[in-house]
Design a protein. Structure first.
Lengths: 424, 611
């Protein structure tokens, strides 16, 4: 957005974004196409020169040279379904796997339709018949439980029609959504694979298409049904890991292989040419599919740290929070000074302890701090990831009434979020 | 050149002497072994429809791998496309704006980095980051003012280490080194003018003292066309000495192709194929062909109708039209082709080719040729020859070409279409603040030459000095009392001479050399080379001086006192100097400067005469 001053200047000359203009300044003139202002100084007009470069000028005067040409509507190819091929539904939650660049304006537009997806990733069409749907177009940090609900309902509609669902998702909170789907959809009849990309889809080096292709291979070539994640295994474009939904976490801000399993192993290695190597045995879901899509809003996830202020816990008590997941230190410890406020919270609420070590299991019997926390009613979260414990507690509080039952279920493995044995 | 309609523009790429453009990695070619290898693929990116044949591009990239070698000090996650770019290198930005101002460019109020789509693998991201820092500039030349279209600041691409059929290996040490690109308008008038402008721009860049020097740090791409010909871009001219010849060769090539075109039109030429003809060559005596066929390769033939006599025609220096056609086939990994315009007795293939001619129904003015390779590659190679041969009667294709060691050029790829650019959103647009514009334009080399001449350097020495790698060292000693002329002759003449004698001049420690130059007035001229030699053995300046056993003025006076014949002086007056200088010099040669000896001796003579 340009400043009011510039906007008025443009309005006066009836100039709109995309028009060819002449900027006059210091007795010199520069010609180019008016670009939108996304970031940077709002008093500077950005034009695209004939050679494709953008430059900015603070104009004295602006003139219209010619109006933007109206873009012709593309005629869309209609995809024919091949009855011999499996069907895959691709649902977008905001992560974009494919996008189109308009080099005239510099605009990057995400693509969602099945036709666009196939046009950009032809391998997909070779693997399956593809259908595209959009549920949310958000940066993943902005997703909320309402979005989860919408997504779950959309997936439910696909059951019986599809052989698998791929969800494209921003990577930041992808593992929260993966956990939410795992709890909400019990015994999914089809595989539900979340896919993200660490490099944007406008570039030739994007990791997204390969993550998607590997997900499609995994869906069509294995017995797996349930929720999982497909992302790069290494910094090379060699193969993807299929990650367990409740035992995986984004562990790097930017690398392609940011996702890692914690206290677990990936299901399989999938190569973009379709070759699959299994790492763990895959069990087919045989139980009845049961969907419960409620999540309690009044649940918090808090990290403990030296010199922590007790008021942080008091705030939750006062605001009638029902659940709290603590990301404690070491084996599951918290500073002594917050014990009193935790005790107050526990009169009505439930507290689960996890560890900021992430790797390993909490054990609250070894040191007195742990023992005291247990005595006041804090539940050890076993080897659960803090984010998974947060989603699990929200889901239990949303769908179960009995507090004792919730406490019991918290310590029980429901969807692969807890290992009884601690492996190497 | 005017009659030819010769037009040329030049693009100069100069590496800047600072760390990488978007990360703190070192801007140098690594001498270490790579510590890591990353394997990637690239995919075509969807742009406007119709601009490129996306399906073809997809096929071209499919199964093509890029292997990137990472080096300890020159590669981090940014080069590996595993981390977004850091803030732009301030020093590089300032230098680029300074350079833009030196070329009288307008500096925009805001600089925006763009992503220029590049999918040959030379950029891990699939694009090159580039920004215009100045535009609408100019440069004065001997043939008038020429336009400077723009000055860009951009990332250097990764360097190809090995190219295989389905894999290209790149080194990531070079990727991301800051480059300044200067593009002139097509205002250059002759090959000599192109060279002059390239030289002039190079000198201006070096005068900043902020650019890298040495092989590969500056590259010239030249755009040339003549009337009736085509615009051709010649990449990577690194050597200015051969530039004129390369350009002249290109003019020659286009002229030859135009005359071939006319012949082909008159003969109503065309081209057909490929057809598999392995059976004809099954029992050939030609060892190369028979061994290829034994290894499962196949022979494919094509017919060039009306091409007889033309393939052996030289089009540029020693390069024939046949070799030119072979350049296109080589893109498919074939060594070349054999054709009926060659001396087939040399290959022992006369019989087979006459059979081939009959089977292809070739007439006398036709040429038949074969490629022996794996069927897919052989077919593609034949098709590329046929396609190029068909074009030959129509027009000269617009192309990007590279320079061969014999200064001819070869086809590299089609000319890039309009730049496919969109904003680099990971780098904030840069508002050009006053302090960025407030740069002092460095003294030009012409100004430097004038200043050095005033200090007593000859025209030749002054000109040599501004181009010398010792320029900054020379400037440093100008701050001391050392005689500029002597310092210049040490740096430019003595050192050169020693180098010719095989002395390892590069072993001389810079600090020690500076010490020597600061004390140059006290060093006897005769000892300078000896001293330099000692420094090159790794000795310090003090040690080298000590071993020279120089003498001071006092000691010299004592020696003069002992040797001087007062009677002779009184008898012959100042004429006695000539007779006395010899014996004194015999005693002190190499220990003290001759000029000093002469002065002291003259003084002594005068003293005696005035007694």
């Amino acid at each position: 957005m340009y400043s009011v001053k510039i906007s008025n200047l443009l309005k006066k000359k009836k100039i709109k974004i995309g028009d060819k203009i002449r900027i006059k300044k210091d007795e010199k003139a520069y010609e180019g196409i008016l670009m939108p202002r996304v970031m940077g100084d709002k008093d500077t007009i950005i034009i695209k020169l004939d050679n494709g470069y953008n430059v900015g000028f603070k104009p004295k005067e602006v003139e219209l040279i010619s109006k933007a040409k109206k873009q012709k509507k593309e005629t869309k190819k209609i995809l024919k379904k091949d009855p011999k091929k499996p069907n895959i539904t691709i649902i977008s939650m905001g992560g974009t796997i494919a996008s189109k660049i308009d080099y005239k304006t510099g605009a990057v537009t995400p693509l969602f339709s099945a036709e666009d997806l196939i046009d950009n990733i032809p391998e997909l069409g070779e693997i399956a018949n593809v259908d595209g749907k959009v549920v949310a177009q958000k940066l993943s940090e902005n997703l909320n439980f309402q979005d989860y609900k919408k997504l779950i309902n959309e997936i439910k509609k696909e059951f019986g029609k599809t052989d698998g669902v791929i969800i494209t998702h921003g990577t930041d909170t992808l593992h929260y959504t993966a956990a939410a789907l795992s709890f909400a959809i019990e015994n999914s009849p089809v595989p539900i694979i979340l896919v993200g990309s660490q490099r944007s889809s406008d570039r030739a080096s994007s990791d997204g298409p390969m993550n998607l292709i590997c997900a499609a291979h995994f869906i069509t070539k294995t017995e797996f049904s349930g929720v999982a994640i497909s992302m790069h295994a290494t910094e090379s474009d060699d193969f993807c890991f299929i990650f367990p939904a409740c035992k995986t976490r984004k562990m790097h801000t930017s690398r392609r292989d940011a996702f890692k399993t914690v206290n677990s192993k990936p299901w399989a290695m999938v190569y973009p040419d379709g070759k699959i190597k299994f790492i763990r045995k895959i069990d087919k879901n045989k139980g009845k599919t049961k969907i419960r899509n409620k999540f309690e809003e009044k649940v918090a996830l808090i990290k403990t740290y030296p010199n922590m202020d007790t008021n942080i816990i008091n705030f939750l008590t006062k605001n009638k929070y029902k659940g709290l997941v603590l990301e404690g230190t070491g084996l599951g410890h918290a500073p002594l000074k917050i014990i009193k406020s935790l005790e107050k919270f526990l009169k009505k609420g439930i507290v689960v302890m996890t560890s900021q070590c992430l790797n390993g299991r909490v054990n609250m019997n070894v040191y007195s701090a742990g023992r005291e926390l247990q005595e006041i009613g804090v539940i050890p979260g076993e080897d659960m990831l803090p984010e998974v414990a947060y989603i699990k507690l929200s889901w239990l509080l949303g769908n179960y009434k009995n507090k004792d039952e919730i406490k019991e279920l918290l310590r029980k493995n429901l969807r692969g979020e807890i290992n009884e044995r601690s492996g190497f | 050149m005017k009659d030819l309609g010769f037009k040329a523009g030049i693009e100069i790429h100069q590496r800047l002497d600072t760390h990488k453009l978007f990360c703190p990695c070192k801007s140098q070619m690594s001498v270490e072994e790579p510590t890591k290898t990353i394997e990637r693929t690239l995919r075509p990116v969807a742009g406007e429809t119709g601009e490129i044949d996306r399906a073809a591009l997809f096929e071209a990239l499919r199964g093509r791998k890029f292997r990137y070698l990472c080096y300890p000090e020159e590669t981090c996650l940014v080069e590996a496309d595993e981390e977004p770019p850091h803030d732009v290198n301030e020093k590089a930005l300032k230098t680029s704006v300074l350079i833009a101002k030196m070329f009288n460019c307008d500096i925009p109020d805001e600089i925006q980095f763009m992503r220029k789509t590049v999918i040959d693998g030379s950029n891990t991201s699939g694009f090159q980051r580039t920004a215009i820092v100045g535009l609408n500039g100019s440069l004065n030349t001997s043939l008038g003012k020429i336009g400077i279209i723009n000055v860009c600041l951009e990332e250097e691409a990764a360097q190809i280490i090995e190219k295989k059929e389905k894999e290209v290996i790149y080194g990531l040490d070079r990727l991301g080194i800051p480059l300044v690109e200067i593009g002139t308008a097509p205002d250059l008038k002759t090959p000599k003018h192109v060279k002059e402008v390239a030289e002039k721009i190079g000198m201006l860049l070096r005068s900043t003292g902020k650019v890298q020097r040495g092989i590969g740090t500056i590259r010239q791409d030249v755009n040339i066309s003549i009337s009736g010909g085509a615009r051709v871009e010649i990449k990577g001219l690194q050597d200015l000495r051969t530039m004129e010849k390369v350009i002249e060769g290109e003019i020659k090539r286009q002229q030859s192709l135009l005359s071939i075109r006319d012949i082909l039109r008159s003969r109503n030429s065309s081209a057909t194929g490929p057809i598999e003809v392995t059976s004809i060559f099954q029992n050939t005596k030609n060892k190369m062909v028979s061994s290829l066929l034994k290894n499962g390769k196949k022979a494919f033939a094509f017919k060039l109708i009306g091409f007889s006599g033309l393939l052996s025609k030289k089009i540029c220096f020693e390069k024939t039209f046949g070799k030119e056609l072979a350049d296109y086939a080589k893109l498919y990994g074939v060594g070349g082709f054999i054709h009926s315009d060659e001396d087939l007795t040399r290959y022992d293939l006369e019989k087979e080719f006459s059979e081939l001619k009959t089977s292809l129904k070739a007439k006398n003015e036709d040429i038949v040729g074969i490629v022996v390779e794996e069927p897919e590659r052989a077919k593609k190679a034949c098709l590329s020859i046929i396609e190029r041969a068909k074009k030959a009667r129509e027009y000269i294709p617009e192309e990007t070409r590279y320079v061969n060691p014999d200064l001819t050029t070869s086809y590299l790829r089609p000319l890039p279409g309009g730049a496919r650019m969109y904003p680099e959103t990971d780098v904030k647009p840069i508002a050009v603040a006053k302090d960025l514009l407030n740069v002092k334009i460095p003294e030009s080399f012409e100004e430097k030459v004038r200043r050095f001449k005033k200090l007593g350097l000859s025209e030749e020495l002054a000109n040599q000095m501004v181009k010398s790698r010792y320029l900054s060292l020379f400037e440093e000693t100008l701050k001391t009392k050392s005689d500029p002329k002597t310092v210049a002759s040490v740096l430019l003449l003595d050192i050169k001479e020693l180098k010719r004698d095989g002395i390892e001049i590069d072993n001389i420690n810079r600090e020690e050399l500076i010490k020597m130059l600061k004390n140059i007035n006290t060093i006897p001229k005769e000892s300078i080379k000896d001293l330099l030699r000692k420094l090159s053995y790794g000795k310090t300046f003090e040690d080298s001086m000590g071993s020279l056993k120089t003498i001071g003025i006092l000691e010299l006076d004592n020696i003069i006192d002992k040797l001087i014949d007062k009677n002779l002086v009184k008898r012959e007056g100042s004429q006695s100097f000539k007779k006395l200088m010899g014996p004194v010099m015999a005693k002190v040669r190499g220990k003290i400067d001759g000029e000093v000896v002469a002065k002291r001796l003259m003084k002594k003579i005068k003293d005696i005469l005035s007694e």
